[in-house]
Design a protein around this ligand. Structure first.
Ligand SMILES: NC(=O)c1ccc[n+]([C@@H]2O[C@H](COP(=O)([O-])OP(=O)(O)OC[C@H]3O[C@@H](n4cnc5c(N)ncnc54)[C@H](O)[C@@H]3O)[C@@H](O)[C@H]2O)c1
Length: 322
């Protein structure tokens, strides 16, 4: 259990005020934290307040703020100094460009200047923290915390510790992000692409193959997700989907569909069969989340969700970039 009880009064430092940094600043300020953004570019620093105001206006228009945009924006300040930004932070969220040399230099500077109890997190999309924080005096408090884009609208955040990161660091990060409204997931072993991009990559690789082989157009592949898979994935995803697709749950689905999925994988040179042990492990986790006795009720819930989504009628007009 985490010993840390997050308080909205605690300061957050955002290092790098680009797309991700600005969105994190909005997220944390909306949750009540004072936020200090550091960016070496005077042009960026000059435009950050305008970008923050625009994002807050969007949230306000959709009724997503409990305070005025001015009150929230007033919690965010900018500086050109990393040392200044991190000086009283409980969490440092590094959002600088995706370069190992740059992140290594930044983490050394942050580690030297942040309070000893601060968590040092990188938004890195692909570089594992072991590539740029190994050997620092404070390496045990460093981890990757990879957001969706933009983090103030996409709640998932992947926590990816290195072998040298302590469990207490991960728990503290988890508590702070959860308190700010994010939905952290834990990734073990620093795999390339973590979980988010590996899942996205599996679908994208197949989408490219389908277009290459003339099986479907780009628009039709997108429609298959937008008007099909994505409808369910907006509120449940992929294990729960197939668990509810087949009476008897995911074990029954794997027995019926496993061989077909294995052949599809083999067609693409991938041999990762769903072995009996693996299906049993996945089934055990699903049954812990949803006992089979509740299956019918959950299927009815799924249909309720789909019906309320149909009422929203998303804007699916052809893109117009004019
Ligand atoms: N854009 C995405 O979809 C996305 C999603 C998740 C994670 N990320 C990751 O987030 C990080 C930031 O990405 P972004 O899209 O916001 O990039 P960006 O180019 O929009 O912003 C980077 C900012 O860092 C600033 N910067 C450069 N050197 C700096 C330094 N030494 N100290 C502090 N700031 C510095 C730049 O001036 C710029 O404002 C990257 O690691 C990226 O991989 C991006």
């Amino acid at each position: 259990m985490s010993e840390h009880h997050p308080s909205a009064a605690e300061g957050i430092a955002v290092i790098g005020g680009g797309s991700i940094g600005v969105a994190f600043a909005v997220l944390f300020a909306r949750a009540g934290h004072p936020v200090r953004i550091s960016d070496p570019s005077p042009d960026r620093r000059a435009i950050i307040p305008t970008e923050i105001a625009a994002r807050l206006d969007g949230l306000a228009e959709h009724g997503l703020l409990e305070e005025t945009t001015a009150d929230i924006a007033a919690r965010i300040t900018t500086t050109d100094s990393v040392a200044d930004a991190v000086s009283d932070a409980v969490l440092v969220q590094e959002c600088a460009p995706e370069r190992a040399d740059l992140k290594r230099a930044l983490f050394a500077e942050v580690d030297e200047n942040a309070p000893p109890e601060a968590v040092l997190a990188s938004s890195s999309s692909a570089l594992p923290v072991s590539r740029f924080a190994a050997g620092l005096p404070g390496e045990s408090r460093c981890l990757v915390a990879h957001p969706g884009n933009p983090p103030h609208l996409i709640p998932v955040i992947e926590l990816v510790p290195a072998p040298f990161t302590t469990e207490a660091t991960v728990e503290k990060a988890e508590a702070i992000y959860t308190d700010a409204g994010l939905s952290p997931i834990r990734v073990h072993g620093e795999p390339e692409g973590f979980v988010f991009n590996r899942l996205q990559g599996a679908l994208l690789r197949e989408a490219y193959c389908l277009v290459r082989d003339g099986v479907a157009s780009v628009d039709d592949v997108d429609k298959a997700v937008r008007d099909g898979l994505g409808r369910r994935w907006s509120f449940m995803c992929p294990f729960e989907t197939v668990d509810l697709n087949t009476r008897g749950g995911i074990e029954s689905h794997a027995a019926k569909m496993g061989p077909a999925y294995e052949r599809m994988g083999a067609e693409r040179g991938q041999h990762d069969p769903w072995t009996g042990d693996l299906v049993a492990a996945v089934t055990a986790q699903r049954r812990a989340l949803l006992p089979l006795d509740d299956w019918d009720k959950r299927v009815a819930w799924r249909d309720e969700q789909l019906m309320s989504n149909l009422l929203r009628t998303p804007d699916t007009t052809t893109e117009d970039h004019s």
